[in-house]
Design a protein around this ligand. Structure first.
Ligand SMILES: C[S@@+](CC[C@H](N)C(=O)[O-])C[C@H]1O[C@@H](n2cnc3c(N)ncnc32)[C@H](O)[C@@H]1O
Length: 255
C-alpha cells in the first residue's frame, strides 16, 4: 500500500463533497490533460482519480480512459457519475494491469499524498508502453492576499503539519530515478473569485471549520469568527476576495 489506512478513510469520508470543496481541481485536471496532449484514442490510465477531474478531461479529448482509486467511496461515486469510464479500486503501488497496457498515465494531486511515491512511479513505468507519457500534478501552496487568513488559522489552530511537502524538483528527481526521461514542467495558476465574506465562510464551512471551532473555548470561537469577518470584509473592499490555487504539471517519457 502506498498510502495509509487513515488516508483512505479520509477520502472515503470526502467522496461526496470532494469536488465541491476543491472546486479548482476540475480546471487543473483539464490543464494536466492539455499539458500531456494525448492523441484521440490514446489508452489513458488515471490513478488516484478521485471524482474524475482528470479522467473527464481525458474522455473529452477522445481517449479510452481507465480510472483507479484506492478509496472505495471515491470509486463508487466515480463509477455512478461516469458510466463511460472503466473504474477499478486499486492501489497506485500495485496496479492490476499487464506491463505496457497504456499510452498515458495521469495522476492529479496524487503523488503528494502517497507514503511511497517511488513505488507508484515504478508501477506507472511498468504499465506504460514504450514512448508512453506520465503526467502528474503537484499542488503548490500559495498564500497571496490570503495571508491574513493563514495567520488567523495558525494563531487559533497551530502551525499545521510539519511534513516536508514534495517539491517540484523532488518530483522530477523521483521521475528520473524511476527511469523516466525528458521531464518537463509548467506552473499553472487558477485564481477563483469569491462573491463576498459570507461565501468565503461557506467555503470554510464545507471543510468542517465550524466543527473544529466547536472544539475551542467559546470565547475563542467567537473571536475567530469576528476576526475572520473583519479580515474578509477588508479583503472584499480592497480588490475583492480571490482564492489563488496553483500547481506544477509534470510530464516525462517512458523510454
Ligand atoms: C487529492 S485527491 C485527487 C483526486 C483527483 N485526481 C483530482 O485531481 O481531483 C487524491 C486521490 O488519490 C486517492 N489515493 C490516495 N492514495 C492512493 C493510493 N495509494 N492509490 C490510489 N489512489 C489513492 C484518494 O482516494 C483521492 O481520491
Amino acid at each position: 500500500m502506498t498510502s495509509t489506512e487513515q488516508g483512505r478513510r479520509k477520502y472515503d469520508a470526502l467522496a461526496d463533497r470532494y469536488e465541491e470543496i476543491y472546486f479548482y481541481v476540475a480546471d487543473l485536471g483539464q490543464e494536466l490533460v492539455s499539458h500531456a496532449a494525448p492523441p484521440p484514442g490514446a489508452r489513458v490510465l488515471d490513478v488516484g482519480a478521485g471524482r474524475g477531474a482528470v479522467a473527464r478531461a481525458a474522455l473529452a479529448a477522445g481517449c479510452a480512459v481507465t480510472a483507479v482509486d484506492a478509496s472505495a467511496g471515491m470509486v463508487a461515486r466515480l463509477a455512478a457519475d461516469h458510466p463511460e469510464l472503466v473504474v477499478r479500486q486499486q492501489d497506485a503501488g500495485t496496479l492490476a494491469f499487464p506491463g505496457g497496457s497504456f499510452d498515458v498515465v495521469t495522476a492529479g494531486f496524487l503523488v503528494q499524498v502517497l507514503t511511497e511515491p517511488e513505488a507508484a512511479l515504478a508501477e506507472f513505468h511498468r504499465v506504460l508502453a514504450p514512448e508512453g507519457v506520465v503526467a502528474l500534478s503537484l499542488e503548490r501552496q500559495t498564500v497571496g492576499r490570503l495571508g491574513w487568513l493563514h495567520d488567523l488559522n495558525r494563531e487559533f489552530f497551530g502551525a499545521g503539519t510539519s511534513d516536508d511537502p514534495l517539491s517540484p524538483d523532488g518530483l522530477d528527481e523521483l521521475l528520473t530515478g524511476a527511469g523516466f526521461t525528458a521531464p518537463a514542467r509548467a506552473l499553472v495558476k487558477v485564481p477563483k473569485n469569491v462573491a463576498n465574506p459570507a461565501a468565503l465562510w461557506d467555503w470554510l464551512a464545507l471543510q468542517g471549520v465550524p466543527e473544529v471551532l466547536d472544539t475551542l473555548p467559546s470565547q475563542d470561537a467567537v473571536a475567530f469568527r469576528e476576526r475572520f469577518f473583519r479580515g474578509a470584509e477588508d479583503m472584499h473592499r480592497n480588490g475583492g476576495i480571490t482564492l489563488e490555487f496553483a500547481a506544477t504539471l509534470h510530464t516525462a517519457t517512458r523510454p
